[in-house]
Design a protein around this ligand. Structure first.
Ligand code: GLU
Ligand code: MG
Length: 454
């Protein structure tokens, strides 16, 4: 059992007092499971301490609830047993309407982290990086389509990709969203109308991996609240409307050692250091193995087309939007410094697992001294198949079955991230494939357009 220290008690009392002063009556704690869906419990404010210290009960099947409300049982995840869902009070934020939110993690009853808890796993990967002397920062981008409350397309007279029109058409929604985010302390960097009709994107600043992923969950909640207030919904499906661009959930990261960046100031291409190059090499080499954590859902494959900037080609390049790994150089126009963007990730992924998988590959690349492959300067789609073959560039698979089979049989993924998260992910994604095998692409997209909305 976790011992309750007096420092903990006073932190709880302080948080409770502050929340009360802010008019909070109910606290919601969320976790994201292997399907990428967000589950929650809530308590009256007076129970804040219990939610943090003893936690609320959660059945082990929480890990494998599916996008259609089913359960993908595994050999070890059965109806038997119980876990504890405990909120992290350092992440508490005030929402509107008397509610507050905090990120939560799942623990075994005896107090150990649940091996399939994605947030706990990401904290563990970050801890391994720190122990090895590295500090990681992660910055998320989030794309979503605004829809009608039932998920159908909104009527819009005109849409200019990246245009001012979309910002003006949805100015009241955006104003509400931005002021709610500002109040909740989410330091949003920018928001714009995206390529897709009624699609928007915002970026969040770099933060420590767990905190950055927590902020993505909070930001999705706030998008959901603002959309509802304007009689809309927000789709975080990878492919809400097949045949056009999808939603990405690109993740940027940077690494430092002894206060020095690994992706600039070195002697490799664009100033990448030897260890920075090994980290990128590790990601390129291991990406197919962990793709099931980044684009594993039954709708993920339909987003992965060349020419849609989803990073469908397995390669890296400076500012290359068709590469699964895009490098951003340091310079005056890049105030956050050099960083690596893994573009292939989509919002049906569990954000914690996706970060854990990417960072674990980076560390593995450094540990095994991986070589940095040659950068790909242009659009691989403009090369002939022969030229791509010679340059060692291939398309990442877009078949859900192939992506998940590779994850299931990957010794690398199981070795780096453990059997529990691999098995849970494989179970929910195979369930999706099984239960939607008879659906046409449009029906599939429609049925699950709001599956990852909060
Ligand atoms: N919507 C694209 C995707 O699916 C990304 C567009 C962009 O580069 O912002 O990832
Ligand atoms: Mg975008």
């Amino acid at each position: 059992m976790t011992r309750i220290t007096s420092a903990d008690e006073s932190a709880v009392a302080r948080a409770q007092r502050e929340l009360q002063e802010a008019g909070v009556r109910t606290v919601i704690g969320t976790v994201v499971n292997a399907s990428g869906i967000t589950l929650a419990k809530s308590v009256p404010l007076a129970r804040l301490g219990t939610f943090h210290q003893a936690g609320m009960g959660a059945a082990p099947v929480w890990h494998v609830f599916t996008i259609d409300g089913g359960i993908a049982f595994t050999d070890s995840i059965t109806p038997v047993g119980d876990m504890r869902l405990k909120i992290d009070i350092t992440g508490l934020r005030v929402l509107q309407g008397g509610w507050a939110w905090a990120p939560a993690s799942l623990f075994e009853q005896a107090g150990a982290p649940s091996p399939a808890c994605a947030r706990g796993l990401l904290a563990g990967v970050d801890g391994s990086l720190n122990q090895a002397g590295y500090q990681a920062l992660v910055g998320h981008e989030l794309e979503f389509f605004l829809t009608s409350p039932d998920g159908s397309a909104l009527e819009t007279t005109s849409w200019v990709p990246y245009g001012a029109t979309g910002l003006l058409d949805r100015s009241e929604f955006l104003d509400d969203l931005l002021s709610a985010m500002n109040q909740a302390g989410i330091p949003i960097e920018q928001i714009h109308a995206e390529y897709g009709r009624n699609q928007f994107e915002f970026s969040l600043p770099p933060a420590s991996p767990v905190h950055a992923a927590d902020t993505v969950v909070l930001a999705k909640i706030m998008v959901g609240i603002a959309a509802r207030a304007h009689s809309m919904q927000a789709s975080f499906s990878p492919s809400p409307f097949p045949g056009t661009v999808g939603n990405g959930a690109h993740q940027h990261f940077s690494l430092q050692k002894n206060g020095l960046p690994l992706f600039s100031g070195g002697s490799g291409p664009y100033g990448i250091s030897g260890e920075g190059g090994a980290a990128i090499g590790g990601i390129i080499a291991g990406l197919p193995d962990i793709q099931g954590f980044l684009t594993g859902s039954v709708l993920s494959g339909s987003r992965l087309a060349p020419g849609t900037w989803s990073g469908a080609y397995l390669c890296w390049g400076l500012e290359n939007r068709e590469a699964s790994v895009r490098f951003l150089n340091e310079g005056r126009s890049n105030p956050h410094g050099a960083n690596v963007e893994v573009k292939i990730v989509d919002p049906s992924a569990n954000v914690y697992l996706a970060s854990a998988a990417i960072l674990a590959l980076a560390l593995e690349g450094i540990r095994s001294g991986r070589k940095l492959p040659a950068a790909v300067p242009g659009d691989p789609g403009r090369l002939s198949e022969d030229e791509r073959h010679r340059a060692n560039i291939r398309m990442l698979p877009n078949s859900p079955a192939a992506i998940i089979d590779t994850l299931d049989t990957s010794r690398l993924a199981r070795g780096l991230l453990g059997d529990a998260v691999v098995d849970a992910t494989v179970a929910v994604r195979r369930y999706e494939q099984r239960t939607s095998a008879d659906l046409a692409p449009d029906e599939l997209a429609e049925r699950f357009r709001l599956a990852w909305s909060i």
